[in-house]
Design a protein around this ligand. Structure first.
Ligand code: GTP
Ligand code: MG
Length: 269
């Protein structure tokens, strides 16, 4: 059918392909979550329910998009590694970013009541999203090390800050002043000497963030009701050669070589 006289406006749309053969890192971040966490009374410094909800939305996204091989999340953000060879939406930048951000956001809202049964949503949360391309494995490993180091720095600060306020009776202004200019060692020392808290024994979830990988489901536990990914085709259509996988949340050291050596499939293809 011939286009209308208006159809020429389409020519103003520009292609936005992402370079082939490069790793894509898709990161999303809660918009104004300082306000959102206050409005919904998140526990300070870490709200387990909020973190588990983020993890669940991230798992939903990985189950929807098999090209994602790894995810890492902390606070109100999550990063996803999309394989180099992915042809997802013809590698169109805006299409991938908008669709994945939208899917994650709706999953977050969809599962809200599971984690916050007694806290009605006061307004719709939103997330921003972006993709950064990286040429090689080195940058990918450094990228995830960067995010996990950030988790550590933020969590140590927030832990000491809120301990000074909640257990030390300091005002938030005083706590800021107490921590001003301190290095990690001094923050650890404040926790230990004043509150008898050994930072290294606190829940690794808070110290190390959430790392989500895929693992193969053993053949004998593959049932119709399993929570496996791969947007499961009918059982009789499944390829026998391609094992089904499920996503698993870990709180481990993604910075260490061991993580990558044990899971070389994350960076392959
Ligand atoms: N109390 C509490 N607050 C949290 C938790 N996780 C995230 N937040 C809040 O979310 C904020 C996330 O930081 P940012 O992403 O830098 O800040 P933001 O307000 O979301 O601002 P933009 O991302 O720039 O829109 C933190 O500063 C906290 O205020 C949590 O577990 N407990
Ligand atoms: Mg944010």
């Amino acid at each position: 059918m011939a286009g209308s006289k208006y159809a020429y406006v389409r020519n103003f749309e520009l292609p936005d392909p992402l370079l082939q053969g490069t790793f894509m890192v898709f990161r999303l971040d809660g918009h104004s979550f300082h306000r959102f966490s206050d409005a919904h009374e998140f526990n300070k410094p870490n709200d387990l329910r909020a973190l588990q909800l983020m993890d669940h939305a991230a798992q939903d996204l990985m189950e929807q998009y098999p090209d994602i091989t790894l995810a890492f999340g902390e606070s109100d953000e999550f990063s996803f590694l999309i394989r180099k060879s992915a042809s997802l939406y013809n590698r169109r930048n805006a299409k991938i970013v908008s669709t994945l951000t939208s899917f994650f956001t709706s999953s977050y809202v969809f599962r809200w009541t599971t984690y916050f049964p007694d806290t009605p949503l006061k307004y719709p949360p939103s997330f921003d999203g972006r993709i950064v391309l990286y040429p090689s494995e080195r940058e990918i490993r450094d990228y995830f090390s960067w995010r996990q180091t950030d988790t550590h720095i933020n969590n140590l600060y927030n832990t000491v800050f809120w301990t000074l306020v909640q257990q030390g009776g300091e005002s938030t202004t005083q706590a800021h002043a107490t921590l001003k200019g301190t290095v990690s060692k001094e923050k650890n020392e404040i926790l230990f000497s004043r509150f008898n808290i050994n930072y290294n024994t606190l829940d690794p979830r808070f110290r190390k963030g959430s790392t989500i990988i895929r693992e193969e489901i053993p053949e004998d536990s593959q049932t119709e009701t399993s929570t496996a990914s791969d947007a499961a085709p009918a059982k009789h259509m499944r390829s026998r050669t391609k094992p089904r996988t499920r996503t698993v949340v870990l709180h481990c050291d993604i910075i260490k070589d061991e993580f990558w050596v044990a899971r070389n499939d994350i960076l392959s293809s």
